[in-house]
Design a protein around this ligand. Structure first.
Ligand code: MLT
Length: 265
């Protein structure tokens, strides 16, 4: 699997297919294999680039503090490395926070946005405190406790009971995450900017996807983004929770493909 030196760290990534470029940014505490089904389908028609964010998957963890804007800079540096000036930038959950940061820093490099199971607002004070505690917990105890407490919130109860192989895959992905990477990302999410002030000014085509039963970034956050981002499209995926791309893969892919077709990307 390819890796490249971005600033201070080796970054793992996938770059497959040819056609209009689409960058897919994973959420927390996952890695780029979150996107395997999207990569497999969309690479028939698109050049799909999926990085492992710093601290995740095959990417190294830096000694410096992580931030959403730093992760967005990594994505831009990877695009430079791959000779991609402008792309559709998509992210799920924390990947969406990074996509917002990317749009703020490099609006000219964004052909369109795909915001999946994410939200624009920053954490509440209570939320920030929980992040700090989780960060300590990850470092002290590893990922098992975090994975077990997150799993029921990531998936619908039906997925949990009927799709043990998917539950295992997601749990394994979380267990592979380096505690230091997770801890850094938790602190980075706690200090992320509030993006609600920029919503009305987003001037690129935007697709918002959300599982109807998303318990982490609930439907109302997506409805708010849809109401405020001019001309945005909202796709609500039935029978899906927070990782809607894995729970309702076909619907997710078809919404994404039809959006890309409509905007000529
Ligand atoms: C994610 O899926 O990236 C995280 O759950 C997002 C968050 O905790 O805010």
């Amino acid at each position: 699997m390819p890796q490249t030196l971005i600033d201070d760290i080796e970054l793992g990534y996938t770059d497959v297919g040819s056609g209009p470029p689409l960058v897919l940014i994973h959420g927390y505490p996952f890695d780029r294999t979150l996107w395997t089904e999207q990569i497999n389908t969309l690479s028939d028609t698109h050049r799909v680039i999926a990085p492992d964010l710093r601290g995740f998957g095959e990417s190294e963890t830096a000694n410096t503090e992580a931030s959403m804007s730093g992760m967005a800079r990594d994505v831009a540096s990877l695009m430079d490395h791959l000779g991609v000036d402008r792309a559709v930038i998509g992210g799920l959950s924390m990947g969406g926070y990074v996509a917002f940061a990317f749009y703020r820093q490099y609006p000219e490099r964004v052909k369109a946005l795909v915001l999946a199971d994410t939200r624009p607002q920053a954490d509440t004070e209570e939320g920030k405190q929980t992040r700090r505690e989780q960060s300590q917990k990850a470092l002290a105890e590893g990922m098992a406790g975090i994975a077990d407490s997150m799993l029921p919130k990531l998936l619908t109860p039906e997925t949990v009971s009927k799709r043990p192989e998917l539950v295992k895959r997601i749990r394994d992905m979380m267990l592979r995450t380096k505690p230091a990477g997770a801890a850094g990302a938790l602190l980075a999410m706690a200090t992320r900017d509030d993006q609600t002030p920029i919503l009305k000014g987003i001037s690129v085509p935007t697709l918002i996807l959300v599982g109807r039963d998303d318990a982490i970034t609930p439907l109302k956050d997506s409805e708010r983004m849809h109401a405020e981002i001019p001309g945005s499209r909202l796709a609500i995926l039935e029978n899906a929770g927070h990782v809607s791309n894995l729970e309702q893969t076909e619907r997710f892919n078809s919404e994404l493909l039809s959006f890309l077709k409509e905007i000529g990307a």
